[in-house]
Design a protein around this ligand. Structure first.
Ligand code: BGP
Length: 481
């Protein structure tokens, strides 16, 4: 390991870990929980996205049904997190535990009680919960009955859910986020990720992009209204956006490549413009016109967006992208399937994710220049095939190196560049189900969970080498890297 010393961050800096309800809780049918979109996604593989089946079928594997059984094991898991030194813990509330179908008017008390107990247990362990309202899941009923987020009715359902949560948990949870990685719906054009982000199942005659813009607009409205409601309930509450930040570099200094990369950034991050600045950028209005898209946006909508701008920018950071102009293309689009090129300066994970600690600092500065909001790194991490060795341990020095380099880069952004950063919660600090593959074998944790892709195994929790390393980092407030 390199012996680099980091910068010591202030005492109020939040050091945590991050998970999402459907990737670790399991208990998919307990205490009145309804069926969420995550419950109808089967396991996939590295190359094949997870498949959505209309109803749960006996011959398919649905890993979210069992997760890592956090639903029952959270008291002992939280002790482990406290042992690691975490002072915050990012998780999400499964919408279907509170409103099983999504369109009820009365919440499910058993679901509320579960999260109340969970958050109490966090505080008992000196850990403050940080909560995402919709992390890649929503009631499946809202997809089937209403067509997902393209339907404006969902705004009412979501804000009711948000209000119930703020009212019940405002004394336990200060930092909230509305939609996880809201901008990831621009990435791929097949139905699966759109379902994950916006509950859209595309019909043959749908224009995916127009549907996506409309769904995103409805999510923006729901998010902005949630911000306003939260502040009315308790002016101490902080409600953030959550974007997936993967800076997009031009492959070369050729002006067309630079323009292409700039346009790709505009396209991928306009979500932050709307949520942080409260308005759409002009290029996008022009783009809709050029494509004859009719997005339903009223003057009242514009007002809602302006008055409900977020308090901070939560973001995930795993990698950077690179792109190049192909032919005459300078259109404002970016599609991971066609526009990504290999960056020869970077190494990749086993899943092809380019490892780029410098990109974290670059991305933070880019967002700071543009949105002028405090930031919160709510995901960062390294997915790998970990091995439990004969000594019963996991020697994950590759993960320690990844965290070392990224935390150092983050500290430079804070101390040298002056970015206002609330905290850092590495992704999946305990092994859980991968969102993209539905498998266990893509592991991010600093705590190993003895379980395979089919849910077999003892479920035992084992501290990896990275656990002890991160424990030291937190204890020294980021200095001892
Ligand atoms: C983000 C999601 C998480 C998470 C992470 C790692 O996109 O917010 O839910 O899973 O990426 O991705 P994966 O699990 O696909 O490796």
């Amino acid at each position: 390991m390199k012996e680099t010393k980091g910068y010591q961050l202030t005492d109020d800096f939040l050091w945590g870990g991050a998970v999402a309800a459907h990737q670790l809780e399991g208990a998919w049918q307990e205490d009145g929980k309804g069926v969420s979109i995550a419950d109808v996604m089967t396991a996939g593989s590295k190359d094949h996205p997870r498949i959505v089946t209309d109803t749960v079928q006996d011959d398919q594997v649905y890993p979210n049904h069992w997760g890592i059984d956090f639903y029952h094991q959270y008291p002992s898991d939280l002790k482990l997190f406290a042992d690691m030194g975490l002072n915050c813990f990012r998780t999400s509330i499964a919408w279907t535990r509170i409103f099983p179908n999504g369109d009820e008017t009365k919440p499910n008390e058993a679901g509320l009680k579960y999260y109340e107990d969970l958050f109490n247990e966090c505080h008992k362990n000196g850990i403050q919960p940080v909560v995402t309202l919709s992390h890649f899941e929503m009631p499946y009923h809202l997809v089937k009955e209403y067509g997902g987020w393209r339907n404006k009715k969902l705004i009412e359902f979501f804000t009711r859910f948000a209000k119930v949560c703020f009212e019940r948990f405002h004394n336990q949870v200060k930092y909230w986020m509305t939609f996880n990685e809201i901008n990831n719906q621009t990435n791929w054009h097949d139905p699966h990720p759109l379902l994950q982000n916006s509950g859209l199942i595309l019909e043959d005659d749908d224009n995916w992009e127009e549907a996506m813009f409309q769904a995103a607009h409805n999510e923006f409205l729901a998010s902005a209204q949630a911000v306003t409601i939260a502040h009315q309930i308790d002016d101490q509450l902080q409600v953030g956006a959550m974007v997936a930040m993967c800076p997009i570099y031009p492959l070369t200094a050729k002006p067309e490549d630079i323009l292409k990369a700039q346009r790709a950034m505009e396209y991928r991050y306009y979500f932050g413009d709307v949520q942080a600045l409260g308005e759409y950028p002009q290029w996008l209005l022009n783009y809709w016109k050029r494509h004859d898209y009719e997005i339903d946006i009223t003057d009242e909508d514009r007002q809602t967006l302006k008055s409900g701008v977020v308090d901070y920018i939560g973001f995930s950071y795993y990698m950077s992208f690179a792109t190049e102009a192909k032919g005459q293309t300078n259109e404002l689009t970016f599609d991971e399937d066609h526009d990504l090129v290999n960056n020869p300066y970077l190494e990749k994970s086993d899943w092809g994710w380019q490892i780029d600690p410098v990109g974290l600092r670059y991305g933070m500065n880019w967002m700071n220049d543009r949105w002028h909001k405090p930031q919160f790194i709510v995901e960062n991490g390294f997915g790998a095939y970990d091995q439990l060795t004969d000594d019963g341990q996991v020697h994950d020095d590759y993960r320690i190196k990844y965290f070392h380099d990224h935390i150092l880069s983050m500290e430079k952004a804070v101390v040298e560049d002056g970015i206002d950063l609330i905290g850092y919660t590495p992704w999946g600090h305990i092994d859980l189900i991968s969102a993209s593959t539905g498998e266990m074998k893509k592991r991010y944790g600093m705590i190993y969970v003895d379980q395979d892709d089919l849910g077999h195994g003892s479920g035992r929790r084992i501290k990896k080498d990275s656990f002890f390393w991160y424990q030291k980092v937190i204890a020294s407030r980021g200095k001892d890297l």
